[in-house]
Design a protein around this ligand. Structure first.
Ligand code: ATP
Ligand code: MG
Ligand code: MG
Ligand code: MG
Length: 348
């Protein structure tokens, strides 16, 4: 009997469209000749308004690769009854309400196995302030940073001037201002002055209650490593992203042709070894499971590797770094997806 895989995609975050394309690629892999005898795909689409769709409606979105222009209205608490047939869940949602432990908690309550990290790993990996304090406790080298809350930085805040001078003396300019829980560079600014800093804090506060400010790494090389496994995770070869823009912003990520991937990255062998070891340490420190993409900055001048972040449900399209790193490491896309489902079942 075929295993029924609930492919959960879409979601309420700014990364909705990426999720649809990731899910399309995963569905294709589950239906690949190597896998089709074992898996049946049940697409489950979370609309931008949060309403869940199954059956033909979800299959149509998956096939089209883009969100429908008209969303169905409904009650958030009417859980589609055909979800009861699902044996294992494959959530491929990016960002808040998907990659952050919320959905993982719901699936755990259903007492069904799911691909990827549980509640703790997902939440700790999504919140950049929590993530960085766990990295610090694990002794992983990273940039200096500060955390502030929305109420400290909104335009009528009495505390704003003091918050800004604290940031200036601790981190200097340029620095990066980010919503703590997000992805795809949404809400992120690189700032060079007090005026830009206050604008950027206000902008980040429109996305999240929690905001992180980081010292900027000067001319970093952007290095990524894929991790796969549960108790004895493995690392892929290491990849690099290059581009002409000021930093790896939303447009550079999603407008085709703006960024180039080099797999494997042309780095000194010792730096590659450090990247792979650090990726495993980060995976374990955050209690991640199944998969994660661990991202680094490499400073050529000092031969330093700094950890930037993890993504517990990384982009998974046919041209995304995570599956490409595994392909280059000898694990083709259909086998990678099969392995992820098996890891979910092993973890239970
Ligand atoms: P993802 O889409 O990978 O989830 P994200 O939205 O979580 O990304 P970050 O990876 O934190 O965002 O930052 C996005 C980009 O901004 C980085 O890839 C890098 O180009 C730039 N950047 C972020 N922080 C720094 C820093 N401290 N120093 C230099 N560049 C930075
Ligand atoms: Mg991220
Ligand atoms: Mg992300
Ligand atoms: Mg990133």
């Amino acid at each position: 009997k075929k295993l029924r895989v609930g492919l959960l995609f879409g979601g309420r975050s700014g990364e909705h469209e990426v999720s649809i394309r990731s899910a399309g690629a995963i569905a294709q892999a589950l239906r690949h000749t190597d896998n089709t005898a074992r898996y049946e795909v049940l697409p489950v689409y979370i609309q931008k308004n949060g309403i869940w769709q199954t059956g033909d409606a979800a299959a149509r979105v998956l096939a089209a690769g883009i969100a429908p222009t008209n969303e169905t209205e409904g009650s958030l608490w009417e859980f589609p009854s055909d979800c009861r047939a699902i044996d294992v869940w494959f959530p491929i949602l990016h960002g808040p309400n998907g990659e952050d432990g919320t959905v993982q908690g719901l699936l755990s309550l259903m007492q069904l196995p799911h691909v990827g990290s549980g509640v703790l790993g997902s939440a700790a990996g999504m919140d950049k302030l929590a993530m960085k304090s766990i990295f610090a406790a694990a002794g992983l080298a990273q940039v200096q940073y500060r955390g502030v809350t929305r109420s400290q930085v909104c335009f009528n805040s009495q505390a704003l001037p003091q918050v800004c001078s604290d940031i200036e003396s601790a981190l200097g300019y340029p620095c990066f201002v980010k919503p703590a829980n997000l992805g795809s560079s949404v809400g992120i600014s690189k700032v060079r002055s007090r005026a830009e800093l206050t604008m950027a804090l206000d902008h980040a506060a429109s996305f999240d209650r929690r905001i992180i400010i980081e010292a900027a790494v000067p001319t970093p090389r952007e290095i990524e490593c894929a991790v796969l496994g549960n108790e004895e995770p493995q690392t892929s070869c290491v990849g690099e992203i290059s581009f002409d823009s000021d930093f790896y912003d939303y447009a550079t990520k999603y407008i085709p042709g703006r960024a180039d991937l080099q797999i494997p990255a042309q780095l000194p062998e010792s730096a590659i070894l450090r990247v792979r070891a650090l990726a495993l340490q980060a995976f374990e420190a955050l209690d991640l499971a199944g998969l994660a993409r661990v991202d680094f900055f490499y400073c050529e001048a000092t031969d330093e590797v700094l950890i930037n972040e993890v993504n517990s449900l990384p982009g998974f399209t046919a041209t995304s770094m995570y599956p490409l790193l595994w392909e280059a490491s000898g694990l083709p896309f259909p086998q990678l997806v099969d392995r992820l489902v098996q890891l979910a079942l092993e973890r239970g």
